[in-house]
Ligand binder design. Structure first.
Ligand code: FES
Length: 165
């Protein structure tokens, strides 16, 4: 366990959840990926103190873990918003005005691709085709899909989530 001085410098994270995940996989060969995936499920991202904990307990180098975390797009090293707003920038959506939809999102939230608002409510992402081209331009907020987006509709969707907890 780290001492108090180290804890002030590092993010303050309760490592109980991470320890529980590691406990489950401790004797398993090739445990690194599932451990990191489950830690991300617990925290919403992989906090730095968890990287060091995993390194210590699974006996791998932190640098190796960062290698995995940065190689796979599924992993996030920073906290993410409660609502992940994905604007499709695939060809069909692009042709139908996804650029304006993306700009509207940026204007509203004040953050760009893969950035999160300070209140941790929203993360913006511009993504490749999400497989709903018939409804282009398309956005997703978490698991909900919204098609035939216009600038007005985009503002309405954002308003709706701003009001939600
Ligand atoms: S290009 Fe946007 S859903 Fe396919």
């Amino acid at each position: 366990m780290s001492n108090a001085a180290e804890q002030v410098e590092q993010e303050e994270i309760d490592l109980t959840g991470a320890n529980q995940v590691i406990d489950k996989y401790l004797d398993m060969h090739g445990a690194l990926m599932p451990v990191l995936q489950e830690i991300q499920e617990v925290y919403g991202y992989v906090p730095e103190p968890c990287v060091h904990l995993v390194a210590e307990r699974l006996n791998v180098y932190s640098s190796q873990i960062y290698g995995v975390l940065t190689f796979y797009a599924q992993f996030h090293l920073e906290p993410r918003g409660k609502y992940i707003v994905r604007v499709c920038m695939g060809t069909a959506c692009h042709v139908k005005g996804a650029g304006r939809i993306g700009d509207t999102l940026k204007d509203r939230l004040g953050v760009g691709h893969a950035e999160t608002t300070e209140d941790l409510k929203f993360t913006a992402e511009y993504v490749a085709c999400i497989g709903a081209c018939g409804m282009a331009p398309v956005i997703m907020v978490n698991d909900a899909t919204y098609g035939s987006m216009t600038v007005n509709k985009m503002n309405e969707v954002i308003d709706k989530y701003v009001k939600m907890d």
